[in-house]
Design a protein around this ligand. Structure first.
Ligand SMILES: N[C@@H](CCC(=O)N[C@@H](CS)C(=O)NCC(=O)O)C(=O)O
Length: 209
């Protein structure tokens, strides 16, 4: 059976949401964060040497990285849902967002998160990080202008990937500048499948308030 190795308050929440959307049988194994460092426990390293979450096992396969996991689950178990047809322009856009959600978009957010713990010694980096946050969140904000979902205005794995950015961005950047992203986050969080995932994993620090 498909197993999702889920670290609490983490990106693996969106993988559980996806499994609820595609309505497959899956099992969640939950890992608690270290109360002091917030890091994952060593037990996750037994599943994959990186010790990060999400990681899934499906039969003899072990797969890491949210974007790869989302695409794998949709190809193997999605019955054509939430993934545009290969060879179409929508598929190219879907792939772009799937990669972007854990590369360009997330980097300035992580830099902000980490440097915020440095107090004054991180100050010199803040203007550059703020510029990058404006640029990347501005791009997503603009992409959501007048649409509900990122690709073809239909829910896809790309939206599920970007939902984590939408959930943490308002905590790290001026929320007033992100009306489209906040509305997108609320649309994600109001999906019945999202709520089912939440009820299986609560508490989730970045979930609906
Ligand atoms: N790009 C990876 C990021 C994985 C990652 O860093 N996950 C965090 C949780 S959000 C984690 O496992 N942190 C615990 C740790 O680093 O010990 C993905 O999207 O799968």
């Amino acid at each position: 059976m498909l197993t999702i190795h889920h670290l609490v308050h983490s990106r693996s929440q969106r993988i559980i949401w996806l499994c609820e959307e595609i309505n497959i049988d899956y099992k969640v194994v939950t890992y608690q964060r270290d109360p002091v460092t917030s890091l994952a426990p060593p037990a996750l390293e037994k599943i994959h040497p990186l010790g990060k979450s999400p990681v899934i096992t499906d039969g003899s396969q072990t797969i890491i990285e949210s974007g790869a996991i989302i695409d794998y689950l949709l190809r193997q178990h999605g019955n054509g849902q939430f993934r545009p047809t290969l060879g179409t322009w929508h598929h190219e856009q879907y792939l772009q967002w799937l990669h972007y959600g854990e590369s360009g978009a997330v980097l300035p957010l992580m830099l902000k998160l980490y440097t915020s713990k440095l107090a004054d010694s991180g100050a010199a980096l803040q203007p550059r990080i703020s510029d990058e946050l404006e640029r990347h969140l501005g791009y997503i904000e603009q992409s959501l202008e007048g649409v509900e979902w990122l690709v073809g205005n239909t829910l896809s794995g790309a939206d599920i990937q970007l939902s984590f950015v939408a959930e943490i961005a308002p905590l790290l950047h001026t929320a007033d500048k992100l009306p489209n992203l906040l509305a997108f986050r609320d649309r994600c969080q109001n999906r019945p499948a999202y709520r089912r995932a939440l009820s299986k994993t609560e508490p989730y620090a970045y979930g609906p308030k």
